[in-house]
Design a protein around this ligand. Structure first.
Ligand SMILES: Nc1nc2c(c(=O)[nH]1)N[C@H]1C(S)=C(S)[C@@H](COP(=O)(O)O)O[C@H]1N2
Ligand SMILES: [Mo]
Length: 300
């Protein structure tokens, strides 16, 4: 299984406009963290299982722009993303407002081809560009006593028509345990297919945690707070029974209203068979140790 996935997810060549600092790819199974699967340019044709630019940028969840899958693509252009800053505060050595244009030169941007699994049981394979969240947190300096990381999305009603509807308690907030945040698979994505990340996907910078359900991967981040206690998260506040703080992809723990055993791959076509959902979305070898001894049903 690991071998199959490795091959499926390796895109042997990149689009011509792509320029990467380096092209480490972190895939499920068999690939050593950080070292493996450096695909040289010009090896083979594009992997057919990679979702297309069109699919990735036209079927979205970004409720600040509306709850329809096409609302983000229709409305996100209204969001101003320049200038952009991220306030980093709480238990850090160097709190402050970090300008995005000052952060970027300090970060090593690389391509990460990840499976992406929404809690609604659809999935994609996305070639992100981004940097490790750990590098950003280390830039701010994590203080002893910090155990969690809280994230917040931009809340600007003039530019975000979905904020008129109290679907969730705005602003959108998310959180990770510090060890999850520091894990090398956890990235801040700034691009897709070597291009700047489109606004509907969370420009200019959004979280991507590939072993968790998609809603953990909070978009258009303006604030990061290091805390001692577990921070509130939007979907957990909405319904704690349905959406836990952890929300690790787990085919054996169903959503109260639907099964999580299988998923529909976007772009697979109307009659395509659903595919089995993988434990930790296929990243079990890399992340299972984070949850040693935890009851994954209780901490869902
Ligand atoms: N701020 C914010 N972040 C968000 C969401 C949202 O509505 N608002 N939706 C989440 C959900 S449910 C999913 S599945 C992913 C979708 O990311 P994508 O549109 O890039 O595929 O973003 C997540 N991050
Ligand atoms: Mo989602």
């Amino acid at each position: 299984m690991a071998g199959r996935w490795k091959n499926d997810l390796t895109r042997a060549d990149v689009t011509p406009h792509a320029a990467y600092v380096n092209r480490r790819q972190l895939l499920a199974g068999g690939t050593a963290l950080g070292l493996g699967a450096i695909a040289g340019p010009g090896l083979a044709a594009a992997d057919p299982e990679l979702n297309s630019w069109e699919e990735i940028t036209s079927y979205n969840n970004f409720y600040e722009f509306g709850t329809g899958k096409d609302d983000p693509a229709r409305h996100a252009h209204k969001m101003t993303t320049e200038p952009w800053s991220i306030e980093i505060d709480g238990l850090v050595e160097r709190p402050g407002k970090y300008d995005f244009s000052d952060i970027m030169p300090e970060m090593a941007v690389e391509e990460r081809i990840y499976r992406f699994r929404c809690v609604e049981a659809w999935s994609m394979v996305i070639p992100w560009n981004g940097f490790e969240l750990a590098d950003l947190l280390n830039m701010a300096g994590v203080k002893d006593g910090a155990k969690y990381v809280a994230f917040q999305t931009l809340m600007r009603p003039e530019e975000m028509p979905g904020l008129r509807y109290p679907v969730i308690d705005w602003p959108y907030v998310e959180g990770l345990r510090l060890d999850e945040a520091m894990h090398p698979l956890t990235i801040m994505a700034t691009g897709i297919y070597g291009k700047p990340i489109p606004k509907q996907n969370g420009a200019p910078v959004r979280l991507v945690v590939p072993w968790k359900y998609g809603f953990k991967s909070i978009k258009s981040i303006v604030k990061i707070t290091l805390t001692a206690d577990e921070p509130p998260t939007s979907w957990n506040k909405y319904s704690a029974r349905e959406y836990g703080f952890y929300s690790n992809v787990n085919p054996t723990v169903n959503h109260p209203r639907w099964s999580q055993a299988e998923e529909r791959r976007i772009g697979g076509g109307l009659f395509a068979a659903k595919q089995p959902t993988l434990m930790f979305n296929g990243y079990e070898a890399e992340v299972a140790a984070l949850y040693d001894g935890m009851d994954l049903r209780k901490f869902h």
